[in-house]
Design a protein around this ligand. Structure first.
Ligand SMILES: C[S@@+](CC[C@H](N)C(=O)[O-])C[C@H]1O[C@@H](n2cnc3c(N)ncnc32)[C@H](O)[C@@H]1O
Length: 317
């Protein structure tokens, strides 16, 4: 038994890294084919896949914290060392955290179909998702979907058929796969069907990333800042197009020339909650920058917020 290892060590926190996209081969310390499973659930499929292909690296993406823990316990228990995981929404994570043309296979087993029309925007597969896949998959890399919903398979098939970057075969009924998920086996035992869509990337589409560089946003204020100046920002809301921020609360560090503001930013529908420092840099000059305790992704809303806060604190602000 490996007593020194903690099982929760397989999670990677891309926002904490100074440089994005993530260089997965550096983290794994080997340059081999990379595969991704989106929404790995109890992790059984991913662990099995990784065990069968020890000469590949695997990254799972999940939004459920419980699934993150389950997968890591499983990997630890079975001593599987070629899998890492990211706790995030797959659309954002794939677009911002993967090197272009770096993935050999993206797998999605039984995604939540969100059948109701009013929940349609929660479905992962749409034209924008196909564009993201055309950016991260390498030439001839494939996207594989297995679902228990015939209409969902048909929708996905339509998306990839009209996409200029993919070649897609027909919808396969009840595919025989060497690895299956718990959900799939249960479904089969009930005599129900499953459907597979396999799309192969034929041409590359550059990613429309939100995070375009690795600069740490900061801005200077050319005056002495008083508590009242910072207090005046509380509750302040500001937006530019689909990027917005609100100043939730503020704190002053005892005995130091530093304030912390708790900020919430939103890029379209992507929300982040973190702190910004307002700190004396030198006499008559203060700096506004991200506090390192909770690092947000450096999205356009985050950058816009730092510049705007400095502007509001400036003499002319
Ligand atoms: C119906 S379950 C299927 C789980 C597993 N793949 C299986 O076949 O047993 C869907 C999984 O996708 C995850 N999920 C849903 N939306 C997601 C998203 N946008 N990004 C990443 N994971 C997501 C859910 O947390 C859940 O674990």
């Amino acid at each position: 038994m490996n007593e020194k290892k903690f099982y929760l060590e397989r999670e990677v926190y891309p926002a904490q890294l100074d440089v994005l996209p993530v260089q997965w081969s550096e983290i794994f310390a080997r340059e081999v084919p990379l595969a991704v499973e989106i929404g790995f659930g109890n992790g059984e499929f991913l662990a099995d896949w990784a065990r069968r292909q020890p000469d590949w690296n695997f990254v799972g993406i999940e939004i459920s914290s419980e699934s993150m823990i389950r997968l890591q316990k499983l990997l630890h228990r079975e001593d599987i060392n070629n899998v890492l995981a990211v706790h995030h929404n797959a659309r954002f994570a794939l677009r911002e955290c993967w090197v272009e043309e770096s993935v050999r296979h993206v797998m999605m087993n039984f995604p939540d179909p969100w059948p109701k029309d009013r929940h349609k925007s929660r479905r992962l597969i749409d034209d924008n998702f196909a564009e993201i896949l055309a950016g991260v998959l390498m030439a001839d890399g494939c996207y594989e979907l297995v679902t228990d919903q015939d209409w969902y398979a048909a929708d996905a098939h339509d998306v990839f058929s009209r996409s200029p970057w993919f070649e897609v075969g027909g919808i396969e009924l009840n595919p025989q796969r060497p690895v299956t998920t718990k959900y799939e086996r249960k479904w089969r035992e009930m005599g129900r069907s499953s459907y597979r869509v396999l799309a192969v990337r034929k041409s590359f589409r550059p990613l429309d990333r939100w995070i375009k560089d690795n600069d740490m946003p900061h801005a200077f204020v050319e005056k002495e800042i008083q508590t009242a100046d910072v207090e005046a920002l509380y509750g302040h809301e500001y937006h530019e197009g689909e990027r917005r921020f609100v100043v939730k609360s503020g704190y002053k560090q005892l005995g130091r020339d530093m304030f912390l503001l708790r900020m919430v930013t939103k890029d379209v529908d992507y929300k982040q909650d973190f702190f910004v420092q307002i700190k004396r840099h030198e006499k008559g000059r203060w700096i506004v920058r991200l506090d390192p305790t909770i690092k947000p992704y450096r999205t356009p809303a985050v950058k816009m917020m730092v510049t705007k806060v400095a502007q509001l604190l400036s003499p002319e602000g």
